[in-house]
Design a protein around this ligand. Structure first.
Ligand code: EPZ
Length: 431
């Protein structure tokens, strides 16, 4: 039996410069938002990732013409001939982010039937807030055969109160409100840069929006959207943060470019507490790792709090710090799967109820065979492998392909050995 794996070798201090790709979590809702427009759109800085390809397939399954992303980040979407409003289960099941097609399909076509995405390794991940937002905008919603069926001849502008500042629900509500009759106000909107980016994209398509970047967003609905445009997606702050942590945690020094430094403030504050030197430029951050990392405490939260999508990666550095750190995961209750694997590599960690107490020890990690259970957990194991003595083999290559463009090439630029192998056999793993 063959297992798609990542082979990582302890590589010593990493040095050099890498460039961040476009943001996966901004590109996905932006591609969905193209459904609102009946003219062709050219997107730029779109990462060539598995999840982006799935979103492209979702739109294609509805009748849109899509091409890309090509190697330089170009993608074309033309939703003029969309003739279906029911993305297939096989695609929605492969990527729960495809649920953000609900708002634009309903708003433009008056109907959407989107399969309910299940939970995943990091948590139950309900969609109640998305549905409440559509109802507030006047949709009739029912659940039939595992699908959310939403109908509204025209959505009506309304006050939308989110009880949780959900990223996806805010994006869905914004896209739905863009084609509602009249004005809408979204209260308790999520503040993440990927939500701000959806506002910017809608504005570029001519939708008037006030309060972008705040928790109360006003959207003036339009009767239709019909404009050709070019739009460039923001850089991926989570990918960038992963490389900054890799460089600093290895004791090396280097730079990540093509980023928006303000998007990474919660991380850079914590990196400084850990004794890492951080210098911010206009579109890059330079870091230099200390000889010995200092412990610190991390509590994840919605933006501008510490991003849950960087918790597994920063936790790896804390296993190597000189002292005790605490990590509290407050966003996704099950995002702790990397800790038992780090323990197998030599880390000392105790976990209970979303909290981890890490007894850090410099140089404690050694390469073994480990499992990854989700995208960011897999990235954390790659970092652990780079910092460890010897070789680490990580199951979970498909997770990395979903979210990190050209990871082996980018680490090679920094002097790190990360190899993707679809060829590792069970026999090799048991040696
Ligand atoms: C987005 O997920 C990201 N995904 C996640 O990135 C990220 O971890 C997360 O936001 C938080 O920043 C994409 O953008 C595609 P939420 P999303 O709705 O929108 C609860 C990665 O690794 N909630 O803001 O699904 C939910 O259970 C990923 O790239 C409800 O209770 O996140 C969670 O505890 C994984 N009811 C919290 O809110 C709802 O209706 C935040 O979830 C919706 C959410």
């Amino acid at each position: 039996m063959r297992v798609a794996s990542i082979i990582v070798r302890g590589s010593g201090p990493l040095h050099g410069t890498v460039s961040a790709s476009g943001s996966k979590n901004a590109a996905l809702p932006i591609i969905a938002a193209c459904l609102l427009n009946d003219r062709p759109i050219r997107l730029h800085n779109v990462p060539a990732l598995q999840d982006v390809r799935i979103m492209r397939e979702v739109l294609a399954s509805l009748g849109a013409s899509c091409s890309g992303p090509d190697s330089d980040g170009g993608m074309q979407v033309d939703a003029a001939r969309v003739n279906r409003t029911d993305p297939p289960y096989e695609l929605v099941n492969r990527m729960r982010a495809s649920f953000v097609t609900l708002g634009p399909l309903l708003a433009r076509f008056g109907h959407a039937e989107v399969p309910l995405p299940g939970g995943c390794q990091i948590g139950a991940r309900p969609v109640g807030e998305h549905i409440a937002a559509m109802k507030a905008l006047g949709a009739d919603i029912s659940q039939e055969a595992g699908k959310i069926v939403a109908r509204a001849e025209r959505l009506r502008g309304a006050e939308v109160f989110l009880s949780i500042a959900s990223v996806g629900a805010t994006q869905n509500a914004l896209m739905a409100a863009a084609l509602a009759d009249g004005d809408s106000t979204i209260h308790n909107a999520a503040l993440e840069p990927e939500v701000v980016e959806v506002c910017h994209f809608l504005s570029a398509m001519g939708v008037e929006i006030e309060g972008t970047g705040s928790s109360i967003i006003h959207v003036h609905g339009r009767p239709s959207i019909s404009c050709e445009l070019d739009y460039s997606v923001i850089p991926d702050r989570i990918e960038a943060g992963t490389y900054l942590l890799a460089i600093a945690g290895s004791g090396g020094s280097g730079k990540v470019c093509n980023i928006v430094p303000e998007h990474l403030e919660a991380l850079t504050i914590k990196m400084r507490e850990m004794g890492i030197t951080v210098e911010e430029g206009e579109d890059c951050i330079h870091v230099a790792g200390p000889e010995v990392l200092q412990p610190t405490d991390i509590r994840t939260g919605s933006h501008p709090g510490f991003p849950t999508d960087l918790q597994p990666q920063v936790s790896v550095l804390l296993t190597l710090a000189d002292g005790v750190s605490q990590v509290s995961e407050t966003v996704f209750e099950r995002r702790m799967g990397h800790f038992p694997e780090l323990t197998r590599m030599g880390a000392r960690v105790k976990t209970a109820n979303g909290n981890a107490v890490i007894q850090g020890r410099p140089g404690c990690l050694s390469g073994v065979q480990v499992d990854a259970f989700d995208l960011r957990g897999a990235a954390a194991m790659v970092l652990a492998g780079l910092f460890a003595e010897g070789e680490t083999i990580i199951s979970g290559l498909d997770f990395i392909r979903r979210g990190y463009e050209n990871m082996p090439g980018k680490f090679a630029t920094l002097g790190g050995f990360v190899h993707f192998s679809d060829e590792v056999t069970m026999e090799m793993l048991s040696q």
